[in-house]
Design a protein. Structure first.
Length: 462
């Protein structure tokens, strides 16, 4: 039985344990004169039974699923004859894949050595045994937990404290998992970045004005020494993101002001959903629109006024990206403006201010922290966008501030460097991690700046 099939069974057992414990708690309370004589409400006895039934079983199921594959793989590899033992991790991966294909029926056993067929048979046997043992163990733990909780329904037991303590620990574990995942991601990127700087000088990456990460296999080939200057990539990223924000922030913010303060209910019920639909359009569709419509239009318009424009330009990508992130600014700003207390509006109008003055002098400053959060979210979305840039701005790492030229961004180059089968031992591949680390640092700095602005105005208007 698969883990996915065991999960609903465990949940059903937890519900059954909840129901039985609830009925038992009420039955225990009747001879004592009612529920009020219990240490806790029946709900808490039932909730504790469900937690004791479900949590240990789910933990066991997760640990088994996490270690099952590795343990079975080691046993199968260990069963091979000495002369067939893989000598490297790559060979081991190839052998395991071959054994798995034979076991799954994707590879004819007649075309593989006999020891591979024997290992495939052992693999099937171990998988079947693992499924049976896993099912028995998980269900046994769930039932034992429910039985213990059922017998511990007593008037003197404080089930509420037990439930709340368990839930606090669950919440702490969830928060710790999120934090440790973030820390793991950061350290994994840092370690690969350090390896990159062991191959490429630190100053070349930060001060270099050329980006050409192609390296040759032999020293006598052309392009044996790649160029890893990050300045063109970050220049292109900031250029496209700035154009996108120039489009999205005024349009999104003014749209939010109109929808929250001036539009009627009918107009708002139509305009707001249509505007939010922009966030649901796939980015590849925006990329097609930018490449086939906006970019040719900008090129033709530039030629009519005597300017040279590339068929792929930062302006085309920035304009379409700006349209894409309008809902991020508009929706969040609209929600924040609507959250401003009505008493502030009424007080301003009572003092003789017009609706426009109330918006500018009272509502907008009070909503500024939330508006900054929406703008920051839009900026992060713009910096991380890839598909529109690939299709509308190209892959050329040009160091330019001209929006009519073709440029590229950090995220596009990361995808390019990690596409296909790559050896994580070359400066070309490791450069992707260095770019990711620098992008993380830049985003962190933006977050700190926005947080300081939010705190400043929140202290003033709270």
């Amino acid at each position: 039985m698969q883990s996915a099939n065991l999960l609903p069974i465990v949940l059903v057992l937890a519900v059954v344990a909840y129901s039985l414990a609830y009925m038992r708690s009420r039955a225990v309370a009747e001879p004592l004169g009612g529920i009020r004589n219990l240490k806790s409400l029946p709900f808490y006895y039932a909730a504790r039974a469900a937690l004791w039934c479900g949590i240990p079983a789910l933990i066991t199921l997760g640990l088994w699923a996490g270690f099952e594959g590795k343990v079975i793989q080691n046993i199968v590899i260990g069963s091979l004859p000495p002369e067939a033992m893989p000598q490297s991790a790559g060979q081991a991966s190839l052998v395991v894949s071959q054994i798995g294909n034979v076991a799954a029926g994707k590879l004819n056993p007649e075309f593989v050595p006999e020891h591979i067929v024997g290992a495939a048979s052992l693999l099937e046997t171990l998988r079947d045994q693992s499924k049976n043992f896993k099912t028995i163990l998980v269900l046994l733990i769930a039932v034992l937990g429910a039985v213990v909780a059922w017998f511990r329904v007593a008037p003197h037991i404080n089930a509420r404290e037990s439930v709340e303590t368990t839930l606090r620990r669950i919440f702490f574990v969830c928060a710790a998992v999120a934090v440790m995942t973030t820390v793991g991601i950061i350290f994994s990127v840092i370690f690969e970045t350090i390896r990159f700087f062991g191959k490429v000088p630190f100053w070349e990456f930060f001060l270099g004005a050329n980006w050409s990460p192609q390296t040759a296999l032999r020293a006598d080939q052309v392009g044996a020494d790649g160029s890893f200057g990050m300045i063109p990539l970050f220049t292109g990223t900031l250029l496209i993101s700035a154009i996108a924000l120039i489009v999205a922030v005024p349009v999104g913010l003014l749209s939010a002001v109109f929808l929250s303060e001036y539009a009627g209910k009918k107009a708002r019920s139509v305009i707001k959903p249509l505007m939010e639909m922009l966030a649901g359009i796939p980015t590849v569709v925006y990329g097609f629109f930018a490449a086939l419509t906006v970019a040719p239009f900008i090129r033709d318009l530039a030629e009519t006024v005597g300017l040279n424009a590339s068929s792929q330009s930062a302006l085309a990508a920035g304009l379409v990206m700006g349209v894409m992130i309008i809902p991020f600014v508009s929706s969040l700003s609209d929600d924040v403006i609507n959250a401003v207390p009505q008493t502030l509006r009424d007080g301003s109008l009572a003092l003789g201010a017009t609706q426009s003055e109330t918006m500018k002098q009272v509502i907008f400053p009070a909503a500024l922290p939330g508006i900054m959060g929406g703008i920051l979210l839009a900026a992060s979305r713009a910096i991380g966008e890839t598909m529109i840039v690939v299709m509308a701005a190209g892959l050329a790492a040009n160091l330019t501030a001209n929006p009519l030229d073709s440029v590229t961004t950090v995220t596009v180059q990361i995808v390019t460097l990690l596409t296909g089968d790559q050896e994580f031992d070359s400066a070309k591949t490791l450069a992707a991690f260095a770019l990711g680390m620098m992008l993380f640092v830049v985003t962190l700095i933006l977050n700190v700046i926005a947080l300081k602005i939010v705190r400043k105005y929140r202290e003033q208007y709270d």
